[in-house]
Design a protein around this ligand. Structure first.
Ligand code: NAD
Ligand code: IPM
Ligand code: MN
Length: 350
């Protein structure tokens, strides 16, 4: 197509700063015209109006080709903004309403980028894997509650929802991704030794779908052990499929070991294309550095490459990746650049 209609939600904290750079790069890289619709959603709007994501706004966002999001989450400790209001009411509402059941979180070690991994760990092989995190179920659905709140007898539950339908569709997507990659390996990460009910669904579905992909090697790790291997032998991973909460946790670790949260991109993908997919950095609003042009926009920029790829512009996506790679290779440790300088440098390499 000759134009892409993109809903842009900068959000809170460093969200608008990094998103501005992602849009800059998107416009420079795409062969199509980028038609942006900007949405002011997040802490400021909520505090001023009490609105988080009105249904009419959601329906308008739904008409776009894709969504670019920065981050949501207000200042910590704000008594007018209890935790979860924005996270649940905005971010998760978008992921659930638009059926983003594949939360795609790639990790790799970029040449020239410092990581906390030792030479011995790096010598084990190339680190290049993708976590396929389930995006619409698990403990994120809001199933649960609390009684006797505030008393010593309080009881709180958060029930993890795992449907055969929801598990199967994400597992099948992960297998297809594994099959399309050179190593063809899929690792299920769960905690089947304790979470036996959900674990049984995940294990059974992986076993069943594996029959359709006989050339994909299947592996299993408990999530605690997966954190060991992510830090001692990340090269063992190719495609990881896991539930919503485990996927959240291990992808921050994956980012930390492969060069930092400032580089970790993600796509909340609706593979059936019944609604727009949403692309965002893995990191949050980083209130500790917000408004100071200190944030690394690379994760947001790489997320815009995932967006381009999703919209069929694989050449443009590859150009963005290449520009990021060459920028990363020339970064001088100890010489920070402003957020906009990084965006300009990457855009100018396109
Ligand atoms: P965070 O990712 O915002 O920050 C963790 C640490 O990483 C901070 O020290 C921060 O300065 C640093 N950091 C993050 N992004 C960076 C970047 N681009 N460049 C340089 N440093 C960066 O996580 P948090 O502190 O746990 O969460 C802050 C808020 O963000 C919370 O309200 C949380 O709910 C929200 N959150 C939102 C999203 C999202 O919108 N997708 C994701 C995670 C957290
Ligand atoms: C992420 C974030 C979100 C999540 C929060 C803010 C709801 O941590 O995108 O990784 O847990 O999915
Ligand atoms: Mn997270």
């Amino acid at each position: 197509t000759s134009s892409h209609r993109i809903a842009v939600i900068g959000g809170d904290g460093i969200g608008p700063e990094v998103t501005a750079e992602a849009v800059k790069v998107l416009e420079a890289a795409s062969e199509a015209t980028i038609e942006q619709t900007r949405y002011d959603l997040g802490a400021e709007r909520y505090l001023a109006t009490g609105e988080v994501l009105p249904d009419s706004v959601l329906e308008e966002i739904r008409t776009h080709d894709a969504i670019l999001l920065g981050a949501v989450g207000g200042k910590p400790g704000d008594p007018n903004l209890p935790p979860g209001i924005l996270e649940r009411g905005l971010l998760l509402k978008l992921r659930f309403a638009l059926d983003h059941y594949v939360n795609l979180r790639p990790s790799r070690i970029f040449p020239g980028v410092e990581t906390p991994l030792s030479e011995a760990v790096l010598a084990k092989g190339d680190v290049d894997f993708v976590v396929v995190r389930e995006g619409t179920e698990g403990p994120y659905t809001g199933n649960g509650g609390a009684v006797r709140v505030g008393t010593p007898h309080e009881i709180a539950t958060e029930v993890s929802l795992n449907t055969a339908f929801g598990v199967e569709r994400v597992v099948r997507d992960a297998f297809a991704r594994a099959q399309a990659r050179p190593r063809r390996k899929l690792t299920l990460v769960h905690k089947t030794n304790v979470l036996v009910h959900a674990g049984a669904v995940w294990s059974r579905v992986v076993g069943e779908v594996a029959q359709e992909f006989p050339d994909v090697e299947v592996d299993y790790l408990h999530v605690d052990a997966a954190t060991i291997f992510l830090s001692t032998d990340p090269a063992r991973f190719d495609v990881v499929v896991t539930d919503n909460l485990f996927g959240d946790i291990i992808t921050d670790l994956a980012a930390a070991v492969t060069g930092g949260i400032g580089l970790a991109a993600s796509g909340n993908v609706n593979p059936d294309r019944t609604a727009p997919s949403m692309f965002e950095p893995v990191h949050g609003s980083a209130p500790d550095i917000a408004g100071q042009q200190k944030a690394d926009p690379t994760a947001a920029i790489l997320s815009s490459a995932l967006l381009l790829d999703h919209l069929g512009e694989s050449d443009a996506a590859a150009r963005v990746e290449k520009a990021v790679l060459s920028d990363l290779a020339e970064r001088v440790p100890g010489t920070p650049r402003r957020t906009a300088e990084v965006g300009d440098a990457i855009a100018s390499r396109l």
